[in-house]
Design a protein around this ligand. Structure first.
Ligand code: NDP
Length: 330
C-alpha cells in the first residue's frame, strides 16, 4: 500500500499543533476494515479537536475527523467485503483512534454501518454525525411521546449542521418548527428547509421566573447555557427537550419546577456509541421517511484537507451554515 495524506493532530513539547502529513496506509487487523474515504465532514467537535480549543482528543498524535463515508478496500471481518459502501460516525474516531481526515480509514467493523439504499457516500456524509445526531434527537422526542399537536418544536443553533437537519426532519414529520438562529442572512434558507418561523437568539419569549408561559411543544437544543435554561421554563406539559450541544455554554441553571409541575423531560443525546441495530435503523430513516426534502440545500461547501484549519476557525466563530464536506483524496 502506498503512503497517504492525513490531517494529523499533535500535543507534544511543541504544544498543540495540527496539519497535513504523509503517513503509511494501515494494515487492517483481524476484525478490522480498511475503507477508502470518499468524504468526511466538519462537525463542531472536529473544529475543537483540530484547533485545540476543546479537550476532545484523548490520544496523540492521531488523524482528525469524527466521521467518514467511503468504499471498503480490504476487510478482515465477514460482514464486509471490498466494494461495500459504508459510513462511520463516533466511537473512537479522532478521540483515541485515527479518524476520517485521511485517504484511508481503518476501524473495527463494529464501528461501520452499510450505507442504506437511497444514500451514497456523498449524501451520507452531508448527513454525517450531524444528521445522525439530529435523527437520534428526533427519535428520543418521538419515543418519549412528543406529537405535533403539543405545539411547535424549537430548534436552537438552527443554521448549524445538527440544527439544519433537525429542522428538515421535524418539518417532514409534520411538526411546526420554530428555528432559533443568530444569522439573519440564513432566514430564507431556514424557511426553505422547513422552518415555520424564525427567532433571533435574543428573541425567545419568557423571563427568568422558574415557570414562564408555556409556548413550545418541545425543543432540540444545540446551544446549552442560558438558552437551554430559558427553554426549560417555557415548554408545555409533558413536552420533551433533547439536549445535544454546548455551542453557547456548558452551564445549566434552572429549577426542578418544569420537571415536577409540568412533567417536562430533559433528554440527553449522545451519538458516539449507539448500538449497531439502532444505528442501522436511524440511517434507514435518514435515507427514507425522515430524509430532508432537499439534502443538497444543507451543503455549505466541499473542501480538501488543506482548507481544514480555515474552516475550523470559520465554524468556531459561527460563520458556517449547514454541512461542510471534506474530500481527503482530492
Ligand atoms: P455547528 O457549528 O454547525 O452549529 C452550531 C450552531 O450553534 C451555529 O451554527 C450557530 O447557529 C449556533 N451557535 C454558535 N455559537 C453560538 C453561541 N455562542 N450562542 C448561541 N448559538 C450559537 O455545529 P454542529 O451542528 O456540528 O454541532 C452543534 C452542537 O451539537 C455542538 O455544540 C456540538 O458539540 C454538539 N454535538 C453533540 C453531539 C452529541 O452526540 N451530543 C453530536 C454532534 C454535535 P445560529 O447562528 O443559527 O444561531
Amino acid at each position: 500500500m502506498p503512503d497517504q495524506r492525513a490531517f494529523r493532530i499533535h500535543n507534544d513539547d511543541a504544544g498543540y499543533h495540527a496539519g497535513i502529513e504523509t503517513i503509511p496506509v494501515p494494515e487492517p487487523a483481524d476484525g478490522e476494515v480498511l475503507v477508502r474515504v470518499a468524504y468526511s465532514g466538519i462537525n463542531y467537535k472536529d473544529a475543537l479537536a483540530g484547533t485545540g480549543k476543546g479537550k476532545v482528543v484523548k490520544t496523540f498524535p492521531l488523524t482528525g475527523g469524527i466521521d467518514a463515508a467511503g468504499i471498503v478496500e480490504q476487510s478482515r471481518h465477514q460482514g464486509y467485503k471490498p466494494g461495500d459502501a459504508v459510513i462511520a460516525t463516533g466511537w473512537g474516531m479522532a478521540f483515541d483512534h485515527d479518524g476520517g481526515y485521511a485517504e484511508y480509514l481503518c476501524v473495527p467493523a463494529d464501528w461501520l454501518v452499510p450505507i442504506p439504499q437511497g444514500l451514497d457516500p456523498r449524501t451520507a456524509m452531508i448527513h454525517g454525525t450531524a444528521g445522525f445526531t439530529a435523527a437520534l434527537a428526533v427519535h428520543r422526542l418521538l419515543t418519549n411521546g412528543q406529537t405535533p399537536d403539543m405545539g411547535p418544536i424549537l430548534v436552537t443553533g438552527a443554521s448549524g449542521g445538527v440544527g439544519s437537519i433537525a429542522v428538515a426532519i421535524l418539518s417532514r414529520l409534520g411538526f411546526e418548527v420554530a428555528a432559533v438562529s443568530g444569522k439573519p442572512e440564513m432566514h430564507q434558507w431556514l424557511t426553505d428547509l422547513g422552518a415555520a418561523r424564525i427567532l433571533g437568539r435574543d428573541d425567545l419569549p419568557g423571563g427568568d421566573r422558574p415557570l414562564e408561559k408555556a409556548v413550545w411543544g418541545g425543543a432540540i437544543d444545540n446551544v446549552g447555557g442560558a438558552m437551554l435554561a430559558r427553554i426549560t421554563r417555557t415548554v408545555v406539559n409533558y413536552g420533551s427537550i433533547a439536549s445535544i450541544g454546548l455551542a453557547g455554554g456548558t452551564e445549566l441553571s434552572t429549577t426542578v419546577l418544569p420537571f415536577i409541575l409540568r412533567g417536562v423531560s430533559l433528554l440527553g443525546v449522545h451519538s458516539v456509541d449507539i448500538p449497531y441495530q439502532q444505528r442501522v435503523e436511524l440511517w434507514q430513516h435518514l435515507a427514507s421517511d425522515w430524509a430532508p426534502a432537499d439534502l443538497d440545500l444543507i451543503l455549505d461547501s466541499c473542501i480538501t484537507l488543506d482548507a481544514l484549519p480555515e474552516l475550523f476557525e470559520r465554524m468556531l466563530s459561527g460563520r458556517t451554515h449547514g454541512r461542510v464536506l471534506v474530500q481527503p483524496g482530492v
